[in-house]
Design a protein around this ligand. Structure first.
Ligand SMILES: O=C(O)CCC(=O)C(=O)O
Length: 300
């Protein structure tokens, strides 16, 4: 069983990564919890994004039967992916400049939760895209409507991005948390939003979302961000290949945008093979970690 590493104990100090947010209080909360919510878009900006989604809805919905939770990138429609990325950047530019420094934008997507129980997203982490001993990546997540328990609101395990160093790879990451999924489920906290609010979501955070049980699809915009000095990577493991032969690619934002579902990156530069230890997290250690994190929250 994997030991939760010392460097990942749930201390309340800042990470050693350079801050990206202008507001220190929000930065601190984001670093502690792996997520933070705040008011982000003006009503007219939100309206522009709604119109953009409406005008591209039929192109997004080509995969709606197959996937009850889907992103623009999963349509594999390069023209759509590029058009959405460009327009979302334009609409969000002013607010991004207002809140962040020293950033680079990765890509922007709509993510759509169709109606029904199959749209639930179980606790997971997003791909590793940078050297996470030095940098981090995150999504600015903005829903086009208010979110709640009935229409696919977000849920987080506080501090989950700090538990152990993980390497999240495509198309499938062996889960180190499979022995503790019940504990994670019991400890998720709800993070619901009003129109115009955003949630910053560290790609290493352990997060989930409720199924959308209302009659209308729940639509959100996500825009990925990292520090401007961070090199971008993509990790790919062909099905059946051993985890000591994970392919590592150097990427650009454009190469990320042009990733096709479950395939090797077409525009990435192959850097070589890396290995990662995917031993399972031990239940007792995980519970201790959660308790220590809570104590840290109480003592500040
Ligand atoms: O939109 C959702 O329901 C989940 C979002 C998510 O998992 C992500 O942005 O990584």
């Amino acid at each position: 069983m994997m030991n939760i590493r010392k460097g990942y104990r749930p201390d309340m100090s800042l990470l050693s990564t350079p801050p990206l947010m202008k507001d220190e209080r929000l930065q601190l909360e984001f670093e502690r919890n792996g997520f933070v919510k705040f008011r982000f878009l003006e009503p007219n900006q939100l309206e522009e994004l709604k119109q953009l989604y409406e005008s591209t809805k039929s192109e997004h919905e080509v995969i709606a039967d197959e996937k009850k939770f889907h992103a623009t990138s999963q349509t594999d429609n390069t023209e759509l992916v590029i058009a959405v990325d460009k327009k979302v950047r334009e609409v969000m530019k002013e607010q991004i400049e207002k809140h962040f420094v020293n950033y680079q934008i990765l890509t922007a997507n709509f993510i759509v939760k169709q109606c029904g129980p199959a749209s639930e997203l179980k606790a997971h982490q997003d791909w590793t895209m940078v050297d996470e001993s030095r940098f981090f990546t995150f999504n600015i997540w903005v829903a086009l409507q208010a979110t709640n328990r009935l229409n696919g609101g977000l849920r987080f395990l506080k501090g989950g991005h700090k538990i152990i160093p993980t390497l999240r790879i495509s198309p499938y990451t062996p889960s180190v948390f499979s022995g503790v999924t019940d504990i994670i489920e019991d400890n998720l906290v709800d993070v619901f939003t009003e129109p115009g609010e955003c949630v910053l979501l560290n790609h290493g955070s352990i997060h989930a979302s409720y199924p959308n049980l209302l009659p209308e699809p729940r639509v959100a915009v996500v825009l990925g961000i990292s520090h401007h000095d961070a090199e971008l990577y993509h990790y790919y493991l062909p099905p059946g290949q051993s985890t000591d032969k994970i392919e590592k690619y150097l990427m650009t934002a454009r190469a990320i945008m042009e990733l096709k579902s479950d395939q090797r990156p077409q525009l990435g530069k192959f850097l070589g093979y890396v290995s990662h230890d995917y031993q399972k997290v031990h239940r007792e250690e995980f519970i201790k970690w959660l308790n220590d994190f809570r104590k840290g929250e109480l003592t500040g």
